[in-house]
Design a protein. Sequence first.
Length: 381
Amino acid sequence: MDYNCILVRYGEIALKGRNRGVFDSALASNIRHALTQRGVSFKSVARMQGRFIVESSDTRALEAISKVFGIVSYSPAIMVGGFDELKEAALKVLKAKECSSFRVTAQRLDKNVKIKSTEMNENLGAFLVGETGLKVSLKSPGVNVGVDYTKNNHFVYTESFGGLGGLPVGVSGKVVCLLSGGIDSPVAGLLLMKRGCSVVFIHFLHDESKVPRKIVELHKILSDYQPRSKLILVPSASLEMEIVKNVPSKYRILVLRRMFMRAAERIMVREKAKAIATGDNVAQVASQTLDNLSVVSESTRAMIIRPLACFDKSEIIELAKKFGTYEQSIEPYVDCCNFLLPEHPETRAKLSDVLKVEENFDERIIDAMMEKVCVIADKKE
Ligand code: ATP
Ligand code: MG
């Protein structure tokens, strides 16, 4: 179908009590950004009676829209002025399809328009039967000819695709997210974007001599879902050395995580973010028992959000595949944590014990790490 626009539908139920204007302008701006980021040509993104109309016939516009949170569904459509043009467009669309039956499903977007949707269904349906000889089947049509209309515009379409749902990125404020090279943390970041948060990613880097290609590639995928995505690389070799020197092996990962949190808290404040997110998952590995997670939480006063706390690994993998991060996540990578993994980790750490082993720890190391952070902005800006 040669469409000249895309009808974008968004969830109104989710908007109850929310600031509708803020939601609308964030969504419009995110759609525009997704298009320009990919070099997609478009004339306009305009709001029309509970829809956004994206005027573009570039096939890549659909791909761009499929990655914008806050959209319930979208349809490539032909936009025309009056009813006569609508008849021609609908006929062309129907003739292009191989089918033996069809139906018209019209929706009046503006209740001030006189012609009701039932009349529109009947009038257009009768015209199409007359021209094509096809049967009308209301229950199982070969093609559903959708028509949305206002006083001055008619849109005809035959396909609707499901959007990502959720809220537009930006309406809920900012969080920082600890991004490892694994499967979980990219998904955690994406779920926060889905709730309208813009996410600044932080990665602690074992080998600061080279830019970690895998992490940069993962961030490129994540930056498809939010405007102006930022990745902050924090070299952590000196921290790891300090831990190896001063901390018994069974506590090393825990102390490392606690120091991650302290560093992340500083970045959170700098970025004016409101929380720290991780890809932690209750009981998945030794460092993620409730005891250990709680000891990690005690290292900061910042709010910690763990969006994946209660997901099964198979559910997380499914989401990673849906969002397109999975393939990159399973690439091999030497994380700083691999390096510190003890044979017998503590699974039921007590805060008092951990505080004791941290006594010799020199926190100025964290100040020094902060001096060396490297910021990677979205490649497409
Ligand atoms: P993931 O698949 O996200 O790596 P995981 O199940 O492998 O998670 P861990 O390796 O124990 O779990 O890490 C738990 C969380 O700690 C990660 O989800 C991430 O948020 C954070 N994290 C771990 N390593 C790093 C790192 N090098 N840089 C930033 N965050 C990290
Ligand atoms: Mg990991």
